[in-house]
Design a protein around this ligand. Structure first.
Ligand SMILES: Cc1ncc(COP(=O)(O)O)c(C=O)c1O
Length: 414
């Protein structure tokens, strides 16, 4: 039996209609931006494996860090124990995070990083004797993950409609004016404002100006509520700065990180807070403890790769590569303006194709994905939004080749 047949007999894939989906790609190995299939194909990973990969697949320095850590300590409970990789990664993160973020809480993926942030915000107010502050303000088109809290904070969509009875209500807004009105009206009931700074990803690769992010910070200060920045996608250089909040020169009260945190190697989440948030949990009263944890919290293998990844940012001048890539993406997507709205930020380029059925269910997405794949390029359009988000290590000629394929498919098939 082939790998695909065996897969079909026992597996259930994410975000996949198992009855109608094309056969999964049987990936045997990967290196740099390239995936190699069992049947001998070579495919460029144009979505950084769901946005996690930053330095390329199977990087020798990351491989070495992982192997070395596995030889020392693979994992240990993180309640009551600590270890060098967890401490060192936290120290390194605090050095580079927006100034003021001073405490690191680990979990194990992007959704849990967001869950932790939501729970921290609610308990922060409760610990301060303000238990009425429980509601979140979020943005339309938001995507924060697939666990129940993260889903509640996300836009209502095909992704979440089956679970509407499980979710808690949030206040969804479209812009600063709308946000200010809700903050004014809702008075004392808002626990936090949650945003994806600069770039909303799964909601359609929507780019926001830095002034918006700065405006949200100002409103949170004015109405004395917390600002949570979900940088699960945008963190670690994806928008051209190490963290997207830097575009607006702001510090959120809570930041959520995952994906690029381990360069795409292992699942790990970070929720980092200011000392002010942290100190609200310090008490002789044990009920003020943050009762949250996961079996794999602060997994040493993941932390070790995270540290090695931060080293690479120095050693390989990674942010310079992202800014070179950004220019190349701008030039490459320019001719696509006749097909729809083009948006580029850092290492992400998107074109929202003009469509009479816009949104995730626009059938054009899977059709185009199949055409890209025939040419050796892995892309997963979000409905009518075609985007390219390769690992930062992509060379100029590899990016030029991918951009040619994108233009050829879009211009010939539209
Ligand atoms: C902004 C944002 N937040 C949270 C998540 C959820 O992360 P995970 O898939 O690791 O649970 C994602 C994933 O795409 C994301 O883009």
């Amino acid at each position: 039996m082939s790998l695909i047949d065996r897969d079909r007999a026992v597996l259930w894939h994410p975000y996949t209609q198992m009855l109608t989906a094309p056969a999964p790609l049987p990936i045997a190995r990967a290196e740099g931006v390239w995936l190699y299939t069992e049947d001998g194909r070579k495919i460029l990973d144009g979505i950084s494996s769901w946005w996690v990969n930053i330095h390329g697949h199977s990087h020798p320095k990351l491989n070495a860090a992982l192997a070395a850590q596995a030889g020392e300590l693979e994992h240990v409970v993180f309640a009551g124990c600590t270890h060098r990789p967890a401490v060192e990664l936290a120290e390194r993160l605090i050095e580079i995070l927006p100034k003021g973020l001073a405490r690191v809480f680990y979990s194990d993926n992007g959704s849990t990083a967001v869950e932790v942030a939501l729970k921290l915000a609610v308990q922060y107010w409760r610990n301060l004797g303000r238990p009425n502050r429980q509601t979140f303000i979020t943005l339309h088109n938001a995507y924060h993950g697939d666990t129940v809290g993260a889903m509640s904070a996300s836009e209502e969509s095909i992704f979440t409609q089956a679970f509407s009875t499980m979710m808690f209500p949030v206040e969804r807004v479209r812009g600063l004016e709308d946000m200010e009105q809700r903050l004014r009206d809702a008075g004392d009931s808002i626990a936090a404002v949650l945003i994806e700074p600069m770039l909303q990803g799964a909601g359609g690769m929507i780019v926001w100006p830095p002034e918006f992010v700065a405006g949200v910070r100002r409103l949170c200060d004015k109405y004395k509520t917390l600002l949570i920045a979900d940088e699960v996608l945008t963190g670690f250089g994806r928008t051209g700065k190490m963290f997207a909040c830097e575009h607006a020169r702001i510090t959120p009260d809570i930041i959520c990180l995952s994906k690029g945190l381990t360069a795409g190697y292992l699942p790990l989440g970070v929720t980092a807070t200011t000392s002010i948030v942290y100190e609200a949990f310090l008490s002789d009263d044990r009920a003020k403890t943050f009762f949250h944890g996961h079996s794999y919290t602060a997994n040493p293998l993941a932390c070790a790769v995270g540290i090695a990844s931060l080293d690479l940012f120095h050693d390989e001048a990674v942010l310079t590569n992202v800014s070179r890539l950004e220019q190349q993406l701008r030039d490459g997507f320019e001719p696509l303006r006749s097909l729809g709205d083009v948006r580029v930020i850092g290492g992400v380029a998107a074109v929202e194709l003009t469509s009479n059925k816009p949104g995730y269910l626009d059938g054009i997405g899977p059709r185009l994905a199949a055409e890209f794949l025939d040419r050796g390029l892995l892309l997963r359009p979000l409905g009518n939004v075609v985007y390219f988000m390769p690992p930062y290590c992509i060379t100029e000629s590899e990016a030029a080749w991918a951009l040619e394929q994108i233009a050829a498919v879009l211009i010939s098939s539209l």
